[in-house]
Design a protein around this ligand. Structure first.
Ligand SMILES: Cc1cc2nc3c(=O)[nH]c(=O)nc-3n(C[C@H](O)[C@H](O)[C@H](O)COP(=O)(O)OP(=O)(O)OC[C@H]3O[C@@H](n4cnc5c(N)ncnc54)[C@H](O)[C@@H]3O)c2cc1C
Length: 234
């Protein structure tokens, strides 16, 4: 039974959880104006084409920021990583830190932050505080990549299904021992509660892209029909 916020109850034999995640964003009032026009939340081949041979900024000190920086370094003139902390050791895997240190066109700026995004129709320059200095400096940066993490929308699940340590939903082989109650194995997108599936950003370890979420959605529906048909072993 699902309880809706208007007090209604919905009964069903199966459920697909697709409530996504909220991407953390810096506190910059003008941010929305530049999303897709110089501010990006992922670094794929497509974004790399936009900033070919330019100087770019990556904001964030986690593994996704590190992977993006290393990838972008191969396509851009220079990558500046801005983190508010004293360093990367507490937030990024050692192998990525080593790769960053070994890449000549990546510079890490600790105790640094973007304070303003500027430009007419698209991002043309940024204002930032760099390397622990209180002074605001202007930089001709037209591409900023934000990797500040995401919080899954799972609080409503009230521990009904197993979650990882960051509260993303575990599915298939990720389900911890003892949490799966049936003899049959769980389907790849099935949660620890039989017949309940999770797809897209809310799922632990998922690729945070539209195409991935859509593909997982269709795969989950196929499995859901197998479960509802009562096929004994999937
Ligand atoms: C700014 C930005 C730019 C992006 N750019 C790209 C891009 O260029 N290309 C790309 O492939 N991906 C991009 N992404 C990632 C992409 O948006 C996600 O991977 C994709 O939307 C995930 O789909 P989803 O269905 O899992 O979740 P979502 O699209 O987040 O949908 C979840 C839905 O569930 C709703 N919801 C949450 N909680 C509840 C609840 N308790 N009850 C009812 N409804 C609820 C939410 O309101 C939302 O409508 C971007 C993301 C952001 C934030």
């Amino acid at each position: 039974t699902l309880h809706l916020d208007q007090g209604e109850k919905v009964h069903g034999r199966s459920l697909v959880i697709a409530t996504g995640a909220r991407y953390r964003k810096p506190d910059l009032p003008e941010l929305g104006e530049y999303e897709g026009r110089g501010v990006y939340y992922s670094a794929s081949y497509m974004e790399a084409q936009f900033c070919h041979k330019e100087e770019v900024v990556v904001v964030g000190g986690g593994n996704s920021a590190g992977q993006a920086a290393v990838f972008l370094a191969a396509h851009t003139r220079h990558v500046h990583i801005l983190v508010r902390s004293e360093g990367l050791a507490a937030s990024m895997s050692h192998y990525l830190i080593q790769r960053i240190e070994a890449t000549p066109n990546i510079t890490l700026h600790t105790r640094s932050r973007v304070v303003e995004l500027c430009g007419e129709d698209k991002l043309e320059f940024i204002r930032c505080r760099m390397d622990g200095s209180g002074e605001v400096v202007e930089k001709p940066i037209r591409h900023v990549f934000l990797f500040l993490g995401a919080d899954p929308c799972t609080s409503w699940l009230n521990d009904c299904v197993a979650l990882d340590d960051r509260q993303f939903v575990l599915t298939g082989w990720q389900i911890p021992p003892g949490r799966w109650p049936l003899e049959r194995r769980p389907h790849p997108l099935e949660t620890s509660r039989p017949g309940v599936f999770a797809v897209g950003d809310v799922r632990s370890g998922s690729v945070k892209r539209v195409a991935a979420a859509v593909g997982e959605g269709s795969a989950a529906i196929q499995s859901l029909h197998v479960v509802l048909a009562g096929v004994p072993d999937a």
